[in-house]
Design a protein around this ligand. Structure first.
Ligand code: ADP
Ligand code: 5GP
Length: 185
């Protein structure tokens, strides 16, 4: 008997490698559907509207929230991010595996509203390595990195709230482990 696929939530501190792991996984398994979030953050070089995020204005985000169009949303390091509800429910209804890559506050909201969701925490091999990755990515100025590292301390402390922890030492290994958790392979 095949179980209804569960919603999988991948969370973890900024810079730990969530996007890298998800991109690697989807290259080999494009059938895993990743929700595209709305955000008020400005695009980084190379980021495309509708692919990496729906880049919206503050007013547009206000509307999405007021109209109940988001499954969850949170403010993270000065910007707002949220998961469009309809697309996620549609995919789950069709029986397709669904992945959300969201922050801790969002993961907590999903846990509250969708009890069948599986929460996966992506942890860095060490604090020093997290700092190295976040700084090395070179996409944020020092004050934003500081803010994200401050958030990271809170996120790391919340690891026991998650169903599973994967340590991102090797992108290939973590992608494989995540696929196995999602019953894709
Ligand atoms: P997040 O999406 O969690 O904010 P990213 O995927 O942008 O993080 O990764 C942050 C930086 O760390 C990137 O420069 C990426 O290339 C690097 N990185 C990701 N995973 C690994 C890994 N396993 N080993 C070394 N570097 C990694
Ligand atoms: P970034 O700006 O680096 O793309 O993302 C910053 C943080 O916001 C990351 O922890 C990422 O997982 C989280 N995030 C991205 N989309 C969403 C979303 O829709 N909801 C929530 N709660 N967090 C999100």
């Amino acid at each position: 008997m095949s179980e209804r696929p569960r919603l999988t939530v991948l969370s973890g501190p900024s810079g730990v490698g969530k996007s890298t792991v998800v991109a690697h996984m989807r290259k080999e398994h494009p059938e895993v559907w990743l929700s595209v979030s709305a955000t008020t953050r400005k695009p980084r070089p190379g980021e495309q509207h509708g692919v990496h995020y729906f880049f919206v204005t503050d007013e547009e985000m206000d509307k999405l929230i007021a109209n109940g169009e988001l499954l969850e949303w949170a403010e993270f390091a000065g910007n707002r991010y949220g998961t469009p509800r309809a697309a996620v429910l549609e995919r789950l209804e069709k029986g397709e595996p669904v992945l959300l890559e969201i922050d801790l506050q969002g993961a907590r909201q999903v846990r509250g509203s969708m009890s069948e969701a599986r929460l996966v925490f992506l942890a860095p091999p060490s604090w020093e390595e997290l700092v190295r990755r976040l700084t090395g990515r070179g996409t944020e100025p020092p004050e934003v990195i500081e803010r994200r590292l401050e958030a990271a301390r809170t996120e790391l402390a919340a690891e026991p709230e998650f169903d599973e922890t994967l340590v991102n030492t090797s992108v290939e290994d973590v992608a494989r482990e995540l696929l196995a958790l999602m019953d894709v392979v």
